[in-house]
Design a protein around this ligand. Structure first.
Ligand code: ADP
Ligand code: ZN
Length: 591
């Protein structure tokens, strides 16, 4: 029996000429001398039969079989004995399943990549490939005509003055060069998030009428090593093509951190990118009228090579807005919005120290949304007040407190409030509330001091006591404390540590600044280079911190005990009315 399974595989030519046979049959035919020639491709064997055989009325001249995976050592000698012509074909026969199996891991990687890139760029169009390709090729933004002017940037007069020089330069580089002036290359804008650094950079491009190329430094660094460096090259090449241009690199510290400062080896990709950035800045010549602006909040962590002459050698500080600037920002942000005449920008500016330009723009936006939701035509002062509460405390939440919890929250807040009211040096009370909002169950709000730059030791001690007032009240009135004081304790501990270790406000340690426990960006470098703080010092700082905190708690407790009647009255009023504003508090506590 030679041809067992008569499965046809080639259907061309009408009559079947080839059959698949099993290995045993193949071997038997070989022993019987019925095989003329074979072609071997890997473990596949195709062959010709010496005399054709007829099976089921079909003449079969060739066959196909598969060799066992374990090599049969007798096969080749036997074929030689029987005079079979053997050809080894190296080109493996194309097999879809095999090829697909080989491709599968790659398909998975590619699929994951598509998925990530689509998530990273919502609305990037129907064709995911287009998204990936353009993402690969060009990751920076290019704005050819920027419509922002210095006029759109409120406050920041000093920064605008300094940057004005760069605008002049970009407008008439020839004039500057003729007079022997040197092109400024890199300017570092230093300031907290939301202070308007990006806005300023765009305004420079807008004023000078040059294209604006921008990227966030964190975007340089991606999955693959070398991508960052090539993105830097692409960015600078594109900018150099324009006669004049501004390059803006946001969050410079993401790539610009000092090299070799990490623990356990640096990040190669980041360092390569940084090196490329340094090289790109050195690669400018006199004919390239490109100015690089970069923004950071952490100039202290930058690699010193970035700050050398010819690189980011100019520094412009972008400060949080003071009162007048806040008012101006509010006005700029309200442009084109239907704000009612009753809105007192000066008053809002007065009550919002510490807010950045972005926060204020957000405030205007929230207030407008609120007015729209109300169905009103104009944005009123009350919309601003409610928007401010929302930004500060979060949206009122629906969560309902059980009576016992509500009582505890009232005790806690009344404690904060009473200490704030009684202690000299504490900021005046503005509002106390036990309505749950956002992440808080209750809140005691003190009026912000108008743009103070300095705080005295007694003010900070009062602040510690106010922070611990809630904790002390729970202990005093309810006999034990709860988890509700965690945030207060964290803030109080931070403050106390700073007072002892960095502000020279403890008699025990005296006038000294220790980096102990202060957030240090170069942990690795610090461990390696011995920070000079002895264990004894660390211990002393911790003990002094502890002492300050206990004293603050003592002062809070004493205040609450001495004014127990007022505490109880406050508690009762809070439970009844839930929110007490400035006037309500005044009649209750002072009357
Ligand atoms: P940064 O780059 O410093 O994080 P941005 O420039 O991105 O801050 O500011 C975010 C937004 O905040 C701006 O688009 C603008 O609406 C508003 N803003 C911030 N500062 C100012 C300012 N000085 N004048 C007007 N608007 C400002
Ligand atoms: Zn509290």
């Amino acid at each position: 029996m030679l041809l067992v399974a008569a499965t046809t595989i080639y259907e061309l030519g009408g009559t079947t000429t080839s059959s698949i046979i099993d290995y045993t049959t193949f071997y038997a035919a070989l022993e019987g001398g019925g095989i003329k020639s074979v072609v071997m491709r890997g473990d596949e064997v195709e062959g010709k039969l010496a005399p054709p055989r007829v099976v089921d009325g079909v003449e079969v001249t060739s066959f196909h079989t598969t060799l066992p995976s374990r090599e049969d050592a007798t096969l080749l000698p036997l074929m030689r004995d029987k005079g079979v012509i053997v050809r080894i074909d190296d080109e493996r026969k194309f097999s879809w399943t095999r090829e697909l199996a080989g491709l599968l891991p790659w398909l998975l990687i590619l699929g994951a990549w598509f998925w990530m890139s689509r998530r990273a760029m919502p609305g990037s169009g129907q064709n995911p490939l287009a998204g990936v390709l353009s993402k690969q090729g060009k990751r920076f933004e290019e704005e050819t005509a920027v419509d922002v002017r210095f006029d759109d940037v409120a406050g920041l007069d000093g920064a605008k003055r300094d940057l004005g020089e760069i605008v002049d330069f970009l407008r008439e580089p020839e004039r500057f060069e003729r007079l022997g002036g040197k092109m400024p290359r890199g300017v570092l804008l230093v300031g907290a998030p939301g202070t308007g650094k990006t806005l300023l950079a765009r305004a420079v491009a807008g004023e000078a009428g040059v294209p604006f190329f921008s990227i966030a430094a964190s975007e340089f660094i991606e999955l693959f090593v070398g991508v960052g460096a090539s993105r830097v090259r692409d960015l600078f090449r594109a900018a150099k093509k324009a006669p004049h241009a501004i390059i803006f690199i946001d969050e410079l510290d993401a790539v610009g951190r000092a090299r070799g400062a990490g623990l356990g080896g640096g990040n190669d990709e980041r360092e390569q990118t940084l090196n490329q950035l340094l090289a790109a800045m050195d690669g400018f010549d006199r004919s390239d009228h490109v100015v690089v602006l970069a923004a950071t909040n952490r100039p202290d962590v930058l690699d010193s090579a970035l700050l050398r002459p010819g690189r980011f050698d100019r520094r412009i500080v972008v400060e949080l807005p003071a009162r007048a600037a806040r008012e101006a920002i509010l006005r700029v942000a309200s442009r084109g919005k239907p704000v009612a005449v009753d809105v007192d920008y000066a008053a809002i500016a007065g009550s919002t120290p510490g807010l950045s330009g972005a926060d204020l723009a957000n405030l205007v936006n929230e207030a407008t949304l609120r007015a729209i939701r109300r169905g009103a035509d104009e944005v009123h002062g009350s919309d601003f007040a409610l928007a401010y509460d929302k930004i500060l405390l979060g949206e009122p939440s629906d969560s309902h407190l059980a009576p016992a919890e509500k009582h505890r929250v009232a005790v806690h807040e009344a404690g904060h409030a009473l200490v704030a009211h009684v202690l000299d040096g504490a900021s005046p009370l503005r509002r106390v509330s036990i309505l749950p909002r956002g992440r808080t169950l209750g809140a005691t709000q003190q009026a912000p001091r108008s743009d103070t730059h300095l705080h005295t030791k007694s003010e900070l001690l009062a602040r510690l006591a106010v922070l611990l007032g809630g904790y002390a009240a729970e202990k005093l009135v309810l006999g034990e404390v709860s988890t509700g004081a965690e945030n207060d304790l964290r803030e109080a501990s931070h403050l106390a540590q700073r007072m002892v270790g960095q502000l020279g406000m403890s008699e025990g340690l005296g006038p000294v600044f220790h980096e102990h426990r202060s957030e240090h960006p170069f942990l690795g470098a610090r461990i390696a280079t011995d920070s000079g703080v002895s264990d004894a010092t660390v211990y002393a700082i911790e003990r002094e911190t502890q002492r300050l905190l206990s004293e603050a708690e003592g002062s809070a407790r004493a205040t609450l005990t001495n004014h127990r009647q007022r505490l109880d009255a406050l508690l009762e009023a809070l439970l009844e009315r839930e929110t007490l504003d400035e006037e309500g508090l005044a009649t209750l506590l002072c009357g």
